[in-house]
Design a protein around this ligand. Sequence first.
Ligand code: BTN
Length: 378
Amino acid sequence: MVGVRPGCYGNHLGRVRSVPHNPPIKTPAKTRRTRSRHAAPEPEARTDGRIERIVRLLTDHAMMVISGTKLAEELGTSRSAVWRFVQQLRGLGVEITGHPATGYQLTSVPDLLLPEFVKPLVKGSIFAERLHHYFRVGSTNAEAMNAAAHGEPDGSVFIAEEQTAGRGRGGHSWLSEKSAGVYCSVVLRPEISPADTLAISLAAGLAVRAAVQEVTSLVADLRWPNDVLLAGKKFCGILIEMNAEPTRVRYLVLGIGLNVNQGSFPSALENEATSLRLETGRTWSRVELAAALLKSLHREYRALAPGRGAHAGKPMAEIIRRFEDASSSARGRQVRVEEEGGYEGVTEGLDASGFLRVRTATGLRTVISGGVKEIVIH
Ligand code: BTN
């Protein structure tokens, strides 16, 4: 079981930090680019729009062979550039037959998280306007944090087919296999205080659960604060990072890693990680899941809006009630908490602020950020 680790309450307000229940993260892996000290951080290479257009052209003419010359003309590029893009797409598992001399044909609909495919499905939500796609990136959270620091608006989405330095909670990394999962970060600018971000964290878990149920009919379990589980194993993790003043969040980035079509995990993770495919024996459309997830997040985020003030009265109480209902471990579970020297007790629901309560031999305690591990009694 992956636990949450103690968080950070340093006096570094006004700077980037993680929320209490999402501990500080390691310094991101160095990129190959060099930057001047004061320059805006360069984003990693976002997906070339021409690749999207190739996919669109091939999808729109799915039964036809399109010549390399025609594609090159449509894109205003060379035939060799088209060939490179096609090779890149093949590397991502997109089935395209042919070569420059014969032309190209798509043999199956690609399950790529390209804005072209996702945008129409999330129309009407705050996530429909700015969707940034990467075939390969260090971390979508890192990209989104950099962009947010330079004014990226509320509702911007950063989504990748693969992450090479995916960040997990507590300084862990997040394994992000190519074309197997949904690795997605959204920039939010809610008018709340840092303490209220726990509501967003809990709501995000509920949003994932609803989206997965909508697409697969599977009913997932939640583990405080926001792990999403199937058959006791984690298939989705959520990482919130934020930049805040003492009383005001400037912006936060909500990162979601959803294991969809992974066929296996390294042995070290085998007992605690799973994917939708491993639980159901079939593959799932990542595009459909990503869209359902963004729409579900939109609903949760909007529902929080009216009570944006401290602990948001009804919305917060409502989130707590729904979280407790959706979590088999929020009540009556024997746990060990890795906080304040470590202690054991039985979970007793969430308090009015959304923190987990644990009944110990010496009284009721509130888990702020520590790792909560279930004690399995044989
Ligand atoms: C956890 O440890 O439970 C949180 C995992 C969060 C992983 C996601 S994948 C998309 C986003 N980008 C990252 O680098 N991390 C988050």
